[in-house]
Design a protein around this ligand. Structure first.
Ligand code: 0O2
Length: 229
């Protein structure tokens, strides 16, 4: 396969990737810090798990080639060299976390890709925020692009299995499996919806019915169920 990238051989990947590593590690700490603040306040935290990774040079080149991006344009056009992933319990938390990130002064939103409202043909659901960020280094500020993937546990469960199948089958998942994955994605979306509905119901009941008033709780839940139909 012909490699269309310029200067690829002499490229110093370690130097290029270091600001991304600093940024990803930094954001994991910042987001853990946000979790701690919620904890200290004793209020519900919309963030469950935060992870991050920097793409490997092979994977960056692979993606650039797939997207027909020239080597010199990689840092501008491959958005997920540095990726931070936040997992939440409920869909509404995904949007709360997105708003938290969008209101930060240290990042600037470049693009929002809402694959929850616009589900990918594969069945993939997640909210992606493409943000610019200035990394402080001993040589001064280095501007980079980071991708934040925000999703529920159900979305993550689906995406991680589909992702590993893509690797197993070298991106060519058999059609029958693709269809089953799509159905599984619909089921995961239903699960998210139902868990949110239960969560909202409990919050509403908590507002005005004592948790030990079992009869009244059953009564209210039946009334809500009736209204649903
Ligand atoms: P990896 O190995 O996770 O890093 P495109 O839609 O291809 O034109 P692009 O730039 O790939 O555009 O952006 P997109 O679609 O926002 O996807 C970026 C990342 O989101 C992917 O990175 C995946 O991590 C995740 N993603 C997007 N679509 C899917 C999907 O159908 N299934 C799964 N499991 N993950 C998806 P990489 O580099 O593809 O993969």
């Amino acid at each position: 396969m012909e490699v269309v990238f310029m200067n690829e051989k002499d490229f110093n990947w370690q130097k290029f990737l270091q600001p991304y590593e600093l940024a990803v590690e930094g954001f994991i700490l910042k987001i853990e810090g946000i979790k701690k603040q919620y904890q200290l306040r004793g209020t519900y935290c919309p963030i469950e798990i935060v992870t991050g990774r920097v793409k490997s040079p092979d994977s960056i080149l692979d993606k650039a080639q797939r997207m027909k991006v020239k080597f010199i344009d990689i840092s501008q056009k491959v958005y997920d060299i540095g990726g931070v992933r936040i997992t939440c319990k409920y869909i509404e938390d995904v949007y709360k976390v997105a708003n938290l990130l969008k209101s930060r002064k240290d990042v600037k939103l470049l693009e929002e890709r809402d694959y929850i409202k616009n589900i990918k043909p594969s069945g993939y659901r997640s909210l992606h925020l493409i943000m610019s960020y200035n990394v402080e280094t001993i040589d001064g500020q280095v501007p980079i692009i980071l991708e934040f993937q925000i999703r529920t546990h159900a979305m993550h469960f689906w995406a991680s299995i589909e992702h590993s199948l893509k690797y197993k089958y070298q991106k060519q998942i058999p059609q029958s499996l693709k269809e089953r994955l799509k159905s599984a994605s619909v089921a995961a979306a239903k699960l998210d919806e139902e868990m949110s509905s239960i969560h909202n119901l409990i919050e509403k009941l908590d507002d005005h019915i004592p948790v030990n008033d079992y009869d009244q709780l059953e009564n209210e839940i039946s009334l809500v169920d009736l209204k649903k139909w």
